[in-house]
Design a protein around this ligand. Structure first.
Ligand code: NA7
Length: 542
């Protein structure tokens, strides 16, 4: 049911600066729900969204092949029974166009658009201590003020292109997957270069390989890619989804990572070899992340157990790539399985069996520079019409530190986070009152934990309204304890052992810290609920 706008506090316009109760930065999956919940409180609210449409990740990442790696029915919002019954996911792992349609459908259904300003990139957010207001400025120069700012900027939204020498000199077309153009890119007859072999590239490469005259893939690190096994949702399954949403979301909220599957309670080597291999085959035949997050429970803590499954995957890769030299380049050997995000693929390895596809191993022949014609490695210049950078994101921190955020005493958020995220519960940082971070940074099926965060923030602001409290900020001690606790969580696990965005290793000079909250999602939810129940323990409310 659409929320009525009538109960809201009207926006007050004082000269050129609009005043709101709440400003939300970002109109993606998190920002849209945050807007819905804040509006329910009867507060005036504005969403500033950089894109020309809503959807965040699903607006920007419109490269061919982009789709969910989470099961569609577990990715949708859980908070509206009406929406759950109306919306029909067409594929088990829905593609970007459909995902963008879904978020637009939500924006229309709940009449969210009147509160959203598009093409509105936030440049700065400065805290005015005397007034207890945040002054938000857009790149356009437009300003607005609010008591609360909620940054719903996403954890994988600050796109990253490596600063290769000569980047600007390329005369052909350069594209980044995270800022893909709206119009279709025509690869027919073109020579295309793709830099990167992460989750994004692995979705893109098989499609470009089919369309382009020639494709060259530049790989720095081989990944453990696993089959996605997507398929259409049958009418019968659709009925089952709709009948079982309640129990399905309950299950998601009980598992460590917000999916319907959980780790196998057995340890790898408790299971005899033959049975173990049969179990690996069974997992391999299943769709989605179950091969990883439904595997034996010591797979991410015991290096030998991890290696046992890694070897199973290596053989799967070798079996699919015809040229044994190319196959060996595609086989990961330098990091544990799951220590980088597992890319889920459809016909990825088969692409390398095509005559028009070449793999360049950058560990053997690194990129020297980008030239007007293409890419020059240490042994050859490759000529292209199009270069695609599938080189990822300055994850978790980048979207925040690219905004000039200043808290009490003018302190800079970017400086404060120079050595990694410093938060209490991932939700606020000391010295920045009324500034909330609605990034679901738990290691979790994203929407499942994003909903937790959005609801916690809305409930907190609602609580403050009821108690006539104006200001909330964590104590430095609570923050310090949380940072120590969060950093300690990855000790004894293999999650932080790869050089990936999980630890900021993809960005030169970024401090190596595990950027996600590595506790289980239920433990995170429990802690957040406890803090609220104890009158927001660890925060100072005034
Ligand atoms: P990722 O997973 O960070 O992958 C980026 C890829 O780009 C990866 O293969 C990198 O190699 C490669 N890369 C990055 N910098 C360079 C340089 N300087 N030279 C060569 N190659 C480079 O980003 P994705 O967009 O694929 O996925 C991000 C998340 O989005 C994903 O985890 C999902 O959650 C959705 P590397 O492995 O660092 O050697």
């Amino acid at each position: 049911m659409a929320t009525s706008l009538q109960q809201q506090t009207p926006t007050v316009s004082t000269g050129l600066v609009d005043q709101y109760d709440v400003i939300i930065i970002g109109g993606g999956l998190t920002g849209l729900y945050q807007l819905y919940r804040i509006r329910e409180l009867g507060l005036s609210v504005r969403v500033f969204e950089d894109g020309g449409g809503v959807g965040g990740t699903w607006y920007w990442n419109r490269y061919p092949g982009c789709r969910f790696d989470s099961e569609s029915e577990t990715y949708g919002y859980s908070w509206s029974e009406e929406l759950l019954q109306e919306w029909e996911w067409k594929e088990h792992f829905s593609g970007q166009p459909e995902n963008e349609r879904y978020l637009n459908y939500v924006a229309d259904k709940f009449n969210l658009r009147p509160n959203i300003q598009l093409h509105a990139r936030v440049k700065s957010a400065i805290y005015d201590e005397k007034a207890n207001r945040w002054d938000v400025q857009l790149v356009s120069g437009q300003r607005a003020r609010a008591r609360f700012v909620i940054a719903a900027v996403g954890i994988l939204s600050a796109d990253y292109t490596p600063p290769f020498t000569g980047l600007e000199t390329f005369k052909g077309r350069s594209l980044h997957t995270g800022k893909w153009p709206r119009e279709k890119v025509d690869f027919a007859g073109k020579r295309v270069g793709v830099v990167g072999t992460g989750a994004t590239a692995v979705q893109l490469i098989p499609i470009v390989a089919k369309e382009a005259a020639h494709l060259t893939v530049f790989q720095r690190t081989a990944n453990y890619c696993a089959p996605l096994r997507n398929s259409l949702v049958t009418p019968e399954t659709q009925k089952q989804f709709k009948a079982n949403y309640k129990s399905m979301f309950k299950k998601c909220n009980e598992t460590p990572t917000g999916f319907v599957y959980d780790f196998d309670p057995r340890k790898t080597f408790e299971v005899p070899k033959e049975e173990r291999l049969a179990r690996y085959e069974e997992l391999w035949a299943k769709p989605g992340f179950e091969k990883w997050l439904g595997n034996f429970h010591d797979i991410m803590t015991n290096p030998e157990a991890n290696e046992d499954f890694a070897e199973f995957i290596r053989d799967k890769i070798r079996a699919r790539v015809k040229d044994p030299v190319v196959a060996e380049k595609l086989v990961p050997k330098d990091h544990p399985f799951g220590s980088k995000r597992i890319p889920l693929e459809t016909n990825y390895y088969e692409a390398y069996n095509q005559d028009n596809v070449v793999l360049v191993d950058l560990k053997e022949t690194p990129v020297e520079r980008i030239t007007p014609k293409g890419i020059k490695t240490s042994n050859k210049e490759y000529e292209f019409d199009i270069i695609i950078y599938a080189t990822g994101f300055d994850a978790v921190t980048g979207a925040l530190t690219r905004i000039d955020i200043r808290g009490e005493g003018g302190q800079s958020f970017k400086d404060k986070w120079a050595d990694g995220p410093r938060t209490y519960l991932g939700l606020q940082t000391a010295g920045f009152p009324n500034f909330f971070i609605a990034n679901s940074a738990a290691f979790c099926n994203f929407p499942r934990c994003a909903e937790t965060v959005v609801e916690w923030i809305a409930n907190c602001i609602g609580y403050m309204g009821k108690k006539n409290l104006q200001r909330i900020v964590p104590t430095p001690a609570a923050e310090e304890a949380w940072v120590e606790h969060a950093n300690a969580l990855t000790e004894g696990t293999l999650f932080a052992k790869g050089n990936s965005w999980f630890v900021g290793a993809n960005i030169p000079g970024k401090k190596r810290v595990f950027l996600l909250y590595a506790n289980t999602a239920p433990a995170y939810r429990k802690k957040c609920a406890e803090v609220a129940a104890k009158g927001y323990e660890g925060f100072v409310l005034q």
